[in-house]
Each structure stands twice: as structure tokens, then as C-alpha cells.
Design a protein around this ligand. Structure first.
Ligand code: ZN
Length: 381
């Protein structure tokens, strides 16, 4: 059977990485005490991370999505449903007047409180607990799919938005097409997804960025292709800066990237190798950390970018038109498009050999720092 990209339906792709089904199950169990066995296809022994040759979407095969009880289990963690996401403010700043707003996968309807007032807000959500909480706040939130809403109320909304939803759905093209049908002509679609053109692409053991939680990973190039395929016009694409509460993990990832890159170790979904463990040990050394973070940032094309990318696209006043993809449409934020990129690392191949020489720098620095400040290392346990 021919594998098709779930966004552009292209048939050409390459495998960036693979993880065994058992390693995935172990990872969720160890990190979240959740058994994802019932949610990950039992027919596959490995799950592959693929990249579409046409639109650069990264997706997992097989596509295994989590059922309601998986999301119920995640809700025991307070951090799962954030009441305030950095993108809420950004999106709300673009909505004015008496606009009708449809929030798809709205959770408890937290975005409504960021609107300036005067808008008509409706939310769609499958989680019954979240819907009850939203209704208790007086919000118009109902249990309904976007496909059903677009059927019942076509071309009804000035704004259709969803925040951190697209990466969870099996059919992103069908989902976005339904969102577009619900938009009035001239209306605006606002979407936030985890940014693959950011340090997130380098995080090892990032279980929540894998099935059955996330099924797709969105580069800026993939976003532009999808917008064009839907016949929409891109209005705005914005990368949030690293949030304060993510700064510690960002620094850890940048530091680890600097060491691994210098050693020629590729970013993997999971890497239990001895070389990777040694790299992690070096990256955590307090005497080196600041220098390594700077080094990582200077060699990583997307340093300073936070977890999310937010984009807004407008529906044309006339009926939907499908246009061929126009490569020249990419913006400055997709500067790596077209270059040969190391799988999962986001680093041009050309930079790898140059960086490998950094191994010598690191070894030299380790020796110098340890000799100069032996006391400093004893604090780093
Ligand atoms: Zn594609």
C-alpha cells in the first residue's frame, strides 16, 4: 500500500527515524504512568517518523491516535490544560469588533477570556468534563466535530481558530478543510501548532511529541503548503519566543545539541547509547553549561524560538480554489527550506564537518575548566 502524506497526499517520503513500539510504551509508562498500548497499533513493531518530499510535513507511521481515556489520563497533570498560552494574546490581538469566533478543540474555553469583548464565541470540544466546566462559566461550548459544525453552519464565522489541536488529528487536510468551510468568505483561520522549526525538533525522549499524542510535526514550509492547498492566503506567521517556564529545558537542549553536534551524534527520538549518555553528562557540567548554550545557539538555525508557531490565513471572498504549491511563497522564517538537512537535527549537512572540530574545543575546555576550578565541579552533582 502506498503511504500518502496526511497533509498534501504526496506519495514520496523519507524515513528520518524509527522507534520500537515497546520503547514508546515504556517511555509513556515511565514518564506519565500511562499505558498507551491500547492506543498504538499492535500490528506495528516499530513507529517511523517520516518526512514528506513535497511539503516537508513530518508524521508518524502508522498514525495511532489516543482515545478519550488517554486524554483523561493526561488531565491528572495540572500543566496539561494551560489556562494561559502565549499564543492566546497574540491571536486575540488580531480579533476586533463584533466578530463571530469558533474555537475548535477549545478545552475549557480559556481563549474566550482573552477576547476584548463584543465578539460571539462558540467552542467545540469532545471532553465532557471540560465542556461542563466551560458551560459553568457561561460559555457557549458544545460537543460537536468541526465537520458536523461546518455542515450545520457553513460559512458562518469570521474567525475559526484552534490552538495545539492540528498535531493530534489523523487527517489534518480534512480537518482544516472543514474549518475553512465554516469560515465566511474573507474570514480568518488562526492556528497554533508546536514548532518543528525550533529546539523541539532536537528533544530526545519527547514522548508527548510522539503517538498517540502528536501524530504530525509542522515545519514552516509544511504550514505554507497546507495554507496554499486550502486556497487560503497567508496573513501572518509568528514564532513565540522561548517562554520563561520553558527556558531551563531550552538551555538544556541547546547545551546537549552543542555537545552532540560536535561529536557527530544525530538527534534521535530516543537514544540510549553510551555516546549519548556521555554527551548528556558533558552538557550538564555547570562549568561548561553557559558556554555550551551559546555555542549551541550559534550553530542552530532556529535558536531563540519557543515551542509554538502561530499563523493566520484568510479565506478568499470567492469560493475555494486549489492552487499549485508555489515554492517562492516561503518567508524569511523558512530559511532552511531547500537545504539538505540532517534528519531531526535541523542542521545543514555542510555545517556538520565544521562543527565536528568543536570536539577538540570541548575536550580542551573541559580540562582547562576542571584544572582551574575544581571546587566548581563538586557543586554540580
Ligand atoms: Zn506532504
Amino acid at each position: 500500500m502506498t503511504l500518502r502524506c496526511p497533509s498534501c497526499h504526496g506519495a514520496q517520503q523519507r524515513t528520518l527515524d524509527s522507534i520500537s513500539r515497546q520503547a514508546l510504551l515504556n517511555g509513556y509508562e515511565r514518564s506519565f504512568q500511562i499505558d498507551v498500548g491500547p492506543h498504538v497499533s499492535a500490528e506495528a513493531t516499530t513507529i517511523d517518523l517520516l518526512e514528506c518530499a513535497d511539503c516537508s510535513l513530518r508524521w508518524y507511521s502508522p498514525l495511532s491516535t489516543g482515545g478519550p481515556d488517554f486524554y483523561e489520563a493526561l488531565q491528572k497533570y495540572d500543566w496539561y490544560y494551560q489556562g494561559e498560552k502565549p499564543e492566546y494574546k497574540h491571536a486575540a490581538s488580531m480579533i476586533a469588533g463584533a466578530a463571530s469566533v469558533l474555537d475548535v478543540g477549545c478545552g475549557r474555553g480559556a481563549f474566550a477570556s482573552f477576547l476584548s469583548g463584543g465578539q460571539h464565541y462558540r467552542g467545540l470540544e469532545f471532553n465532557q468534563v471540560a465542556v461542563r466546566k466551560a458551560k459553568a462559566e457561561g460559555l457557549d461550548v458544545i460537543v460537536r466535530s468541526i465537520e458536523a459544525e461546518a455542515e450545520i453552519n457553513p460559512a458562518a464565522y469570521d474567525v475559526v481558530c484552534h490552538f495545539q489541536v492540528l498535531e493530534h488529528v489523523e487527517d489534518p487536510l480534512g480537518f482544516m478543510a472543514a474549518c475553512t468551510r465554516a469560515l465566511k468568505p474573507g474570514g480568518t483561520l488562526m492556528v497554533t501548532v508546536p514548532a518543528e522549526d525550533s529546539y523541539l525538533a532536537l528533544v530526545p525522549n519527547g514522548w508527548l511529541n510522539m503517538p498517540p499524542h502528536h501524530l504530525t510535526r509542522w515545519t514552516d514550509k509544511a504550514i505554507h503548503h497546507l495554507v496554499r492547498k486550502l486556497g487560503l492566503t497567508m496573513m501572518d506567521i509568528w514564532h513565540e519566543p522561548v517562554a520563561d517556564f520553558h527556558m531551563a529545558s531550552y538551555r538544556q537542549v541547546m547545551s546537549g545539541f552543542a555537545v552532540r553536534d560536535s561529536l557527530g551524534i544525530k538527534a534521535r527520538l530516543q537514544d540510549p547509547s553510551l555516546a549519548n549518555r556521555i554527551a548528556n553528562r558533558i552538557a550538564r557540567m555547570p562549568a561548561l553549561n553557559g558556554w555550551l548554550v551559546k555555542r549551541g545557539e550559534s550553530h542552530f538555525g532556529f535558536s531563540g524560538r519557543g515551542n509554538s508557531v502561530c499563523f493566520a490565513a484568510r479565506k478568499r471572498p470567492s469560493s475555494l480554489q486549489i492552487h499549485p504549491i508555489d515554492a517562492s511563497h516561503s518567508t524569511a522564517s523558512t530559511t532552511l527550506a531547500g537545504q539538505d538537512v540532517i534528519a531531526g537535527s535541523g542542521v545543514p549537512v555542510e555545517g556538520q564537518s565544521r562543527l565536528r572540530s568543536g570536539l577538540r574545543d570541548i575536550a580542551r575546555l573541559v580540562v582547562l575548566r576542571l584544572c582551574a576550578s575544581g571546587a566548581g565541579t563538586s557543586k554540580g552533582r
